[in-house]
Design a protein around this ligand. Sequence first.
Ligand SMILES: N[C@@H](CCC(=O)N[C@@H](CS)C(=O)NCC(=O)O)C(=O)O
Length: 211
Amino acid sequence: MITISAFRWVPPFAQGQVRDLRVRWALEEAGLPYRTRLLEQGDQDKPDYRALQPFGQVPILEEDGRVLFESGAIVLHIGERTENLLPKDAGARARAMQWLIAALNSIEPHIMNVAVLGLFYADQEWAKLRRPSAVEFARHRLSCLAKALGDKPHLDGERFTAGDLMMTTVLRILPELVVEPRLVAYVERCTARPAFKRALDAQLSDFRAAA
Ligand SMILES: N[C@@H](CCC(=O)N[C@@H](CS)C(=O)NCC(=O)O)C(=O)O
């Protein structure tokens, strides 16, 4: 049985955002059952967890004595087991991976730049000065993404892939940055998938149980 790590509880602003959601969603798309290893605050810094995740973060995936960290690597690993995430066709499969990496490498850092300013430094003068250019850069990237999406339902066309899963979770980080109607509709389309709803419910119900 697959086990994934998650936090037992996080503050309300982070609920529905913690990155184990990506893995839960991928497992739901793949129809693979899993259980959770719920971390109390501080558990992530203990040597036994650091041995599995060097940065002390969630999620990790454990199965049959094998361990993986990094949500992108884990989603790709799960994708190997289902065409719902990684198509068999070599070209389509490579493009799905390309979009997953674009989400993590070309979009997420710019969204996180803005998010971190607001979440952790909102009162500081330097953050107030930095914010407008960070927002402008993130919006520029998002408008390039909207152009690439065009009128297609998903990034590579008709079919939902691991690239859409990752991009959607990245776009959900800061909805106020996602103003392009095409991107708004895209996030709505992807999050309307039953597998997403099950994954989100599962994360939130763990927090409810801990409250
Ligand atoms: N690049 C990592 C990021 C994981 C990450 O940022 N996890 C957060 C929760 S969403 C975490 O564990 N934060 C606690 C910490 O960094 O100490 C991934 O995608 O797996």
